[in-house]
Design a protein around this ligand. Sequence first.
Ligand SMILES: [Zn+2]
Length: 97
Amino acid sequence: MPIFEYRCEDCGEMLEALVRGADAEPVLCQVCGGKLARLVSVPADLKRLGGFFHKEKFSDAEIASKGLTKYVNRGDGTYEKAAGSGPSIIDRDKLPG
Ligand SMILES: [Zn+2]
């Protein structure tokens, strides 16, 4: 099941949610009731490895300069590094414990 991150458009509160289906998505901020915007879709395992992905806000160079690593989903269960340091390919099925 995917874990999505959301940010409140009003107060900036961040939350993560395990989403079982489109209709299970949280839509309102638990703090202020504002509208939540879905930020990214990052597998929990990838996050644990320090992977970071954001489509819009940061360039690859910025991501690398912040010490983060960006991975791009290749759509076959593997992630290819696009910026930063770390393994160049991550296979979801072969992640360490
Ligand atoms: Zn809020």
